[in-house]
Design a binder for this molecule. Sequence first.
Ligand code: ATP
Ligand code: LTN
Length: 332
Amino acid sequence: MSKKRVLSGIQPTSDSFHLGNYLGAVKQWVELQDSHDAFYCIVDLHALTVETDPALLRQRTLASAAQLLALGISPEKSTLFVQSQVPQHNQLGWIMECMAGFGEASRMTQFKDKSAKAGSDSARVGLFTYPMLQAADILLYQADLVPVGEDQRQHIELTRDLAGRFNARYGQTFQLPEAYILKAGAKINDIQDPTAKMSKSSGSVAGVIEIMDTPEANLKKIKSAITDAGREVTFDPIEKPGISNLLTIHSALSGRTIADLENEFAGKGYGDFKAGVAEVVVEYLRPIRQRALDLLSDEKHLIEILHAGSAKAREVASTTLEATYKGLGVVS
Ligand code: ATP
Ligand code: LTN
């Protein structure tokens, strides 16, 4: 039996991924590539919905690729590619815009939140059409599963609706994808404000553990992480959000259970605990950062890997686009 297909995407909108991106998304991507036919896309066109600096976009696209590879995405197992190198995304994106209703697109909460933040005069039309391009990303590859965070559920539902509508009107063309939403515990919070999610657009740099930060910087950040009242290291997200978040991080990286960690640190106090977490995080990230830096130092090779992935992606994408055009009655 052939493997199920998975597809996911990540925007090149920062110099470094953070622990939330890794534990909430990329770690699952790495696990899924062994059992699935995996397509992972750096969605640079989606990053254009806000004003971008050309040098930064280029640098961040390459840095994203280097980090994905360093974190364990293997070009032999997965198809790792860049969205803009596969023009079928834009082509199917337009068809999806023509399938979507203005009302349903207006109900997308990501659009509502982000356009409210930007203000209606500065929000771009691309922010509105973003989910239809995302639908194209997924449907071009006939993906069965889409691993994403909870915030993306609505976009995957829209993708299913658009695919179902197209299939009903123009004949069976698209696989209906399912969201693969990561289990609770994969949500990592800010280590300075543990009631908010760790996020690259959040205010405090001190609360975000970045993969490309130096080991020294991350050591310092974790040692200054906010803790809670009391002095026992126990998992209680309501009463002890800071300690619980650090326990989650430790457990996810060390592979040990929370109960095991509670035992180890029983009676030891928060200082020792934070030193233990810091060591695990810093030693986990040290070789990853180094691999990413090595990959970035040979840009030509990195770009070759992306070109090879994009060529494979174009083959699959063009087959789907042809079937789509045929269904629509486009003369070829
Ligand atoms: P922003 O800070 O602008 O909200 P982000 O840091 O959330 O961005 P995205 O590019 O939106 O990053 O997300 C990439 C992937 O990482 C998504 O699948 C998202 O669900 C996941 N992710 C992001 N932050 C976290 C977090 N704190 N915990 C778990 N998963 C996360
Ligand atoms: N919107 C997603 C990124 C994204 C994506 C995709 C995820 C773009 N295209 C296709 C899964 C499948 C985000 O903001 N995290």
